[in-house]
Ligand binder design. Sequence first.
Ligand code: PLP
Length: 456
Amino acid sequence: MKDKQKRFFLSESEIPTQWYNIQADMVNKPMPPLNPATKEPLKAEDLYPIFAEELARQELNQTDAWIDIPEPVLEMYKYYRSTPLVRAYGLEKALGTPAHIYFKNESVSPVGSHKLNSALPQAYYNKMQGVTNITTETGAGQWGAALSYAAKVFGLECAVYQVKISYNQKPYRRSIMQTFGATVEASPSMSTRAGKDIITRDPMNQGSLGTAISEAIELAMSTPNCKYTLGSVLNHVALHQSIIGLEAEKQMAMAGEYPDMVIACFGGGSNFGGVAFPFMRHNILDGKKTQFIAAEPASCPKLTRGVFQYDFGDEAGMTPLLPMYTLGHSFKPASIHAGGLRYHGAGVILSQLMKDGYMEAVDIEQLDSFRAGVLFARTEGIIPAPESCHAIAATIREALKCKETGEAKTILFNLSGHGFVDMSAYDSYFSGEMQNYHVSDEDLSKFISSADALNK
Ligand SMILES: *Cc1c(COP(=O)(O)O)cnc(C)c1O
C-alpha cells in the first residue's frame, strides 16, 4: 500500500510558467462571436474598445497552445500557489467508497476562491496598456472581491456593480471589496442609462448579473481610460484558470495517480475549464479516457436543458452574440445561494466541447448541494462555498456508484472556494427554510425561444 500522504504541494520553481489554451488543440474550433447588428464575425480589434488588447487577443487565439504567464503575475501567484491537492481520506471513509477522492483547494487564495487567478492577469494587462480604471459586475461578490484586490496590487481604480439583492444580503463581501479599495454600487443603479431605465420601469428591481454587466459595460464605454473585465464565461478567463489543472496534473503525478474523473461546479465554466482542460488535452491528443463532469444547479440548467445557439452574454443585449448553451439571455434564475452559478449561458469553448461529447453535465438540487457541503465540512474540516457544494455533491454521487460496483476510481474535484462569507446560506439550510426550485419545460422554452430570432 502506498504511503498515506494527504497533501501535495509544488515548490515555487515547479509552478507552471505558462497557461494552457485548449482552443489550439480542439478538433472543432469554437465558432466566432458575432456583431449583433451585422452578424459579421468579430476580430480582436473589435473588442479593444471594451477589453484590454492582450485579453482580446487571448480571447480569439486558436493557434497557441501555451501562453507565457507574465513575470509580475507569476510573482503574485506565488503568494498563494501552488494551492494544495488533498486526498479526501475523511470523506472517502464516511462514504465507505473504494474510490480515491482528491480535491484541489482553491479556497486558500487571499480572497477565498479561484477568481483571483484571472483577476491578477486581467488587472496586469490593463495596467500595461495605460488603462487607469477597470469596472465589472459581481453577484455574490467573489469576482468583485478578487478584482478589487488585483486592481490594488497593480495600481488601478476599480468600480464594481453588485447585483442589488446580493449587495443587501451579503454585506460582508461588499466590505471586503471596499477594504481592498474598490467603489461598489448596487445594480440597477442610477449612474448608468441601463440602470436608470430599469429602475424607472420597476423601482423595486433587485438586479441580476445580466443587468450589472450592462451597467459595467456602459461605464467602460463612456469613461476615458476605463475598461471592462469579466470573471467567468470568456475564453481568456478559462485560459488563466488553467493554472489549476496544470498544477493538479503535476500533483496527481506526485500522488502516483491520474484521474478517471474530473468534476467541478459550473457557472460560466471558468473553474471547470481551469481544472479540466489540462487533463482533457490528453483525451484529445493521447487517447486518455478521463470523464469530465460539470455540476450545475437544477434551477439554472443551461448544459443539461439549454440549447446550443447564438445568444447575448447580458440581459440588455450589449455584448457580442456568443455561440453557447443557453437558457436565453432573459432567463431569470431562482435566487439560490450559489450566486456564482446563476448565469444563463456557458462559455464558448465549453459549449463546443460539450456539443462534441468531450464532457458531460449533471444537475444538482440546492438541498442536495448543502447536504454534501455539510458532510464535506464535517469530514475534511473546510466549509465549502455554496457553488463548490455542487461539485462535492456530484463527487459523492460518483463515489457512491463506485461503492456499488466496487471500482476504485480516481476522482479529482475542484474546491472553487470557501463559504465563510456565506454562512447565512448554511443557516437557512439548518433552519429548514431552504428549498429546491424547479424550472418547468414551459418556462424554459419561453426564455429560450426569445433568443431564437437572433439565430435567423
Ligand atoms: C464564481 C464562482 C463559481 C462559478 O464560476 P465559474 O466561472 O463557473 O467557475 C464557482 N465557485 C466559486 C467559489 C465562485 O466564486
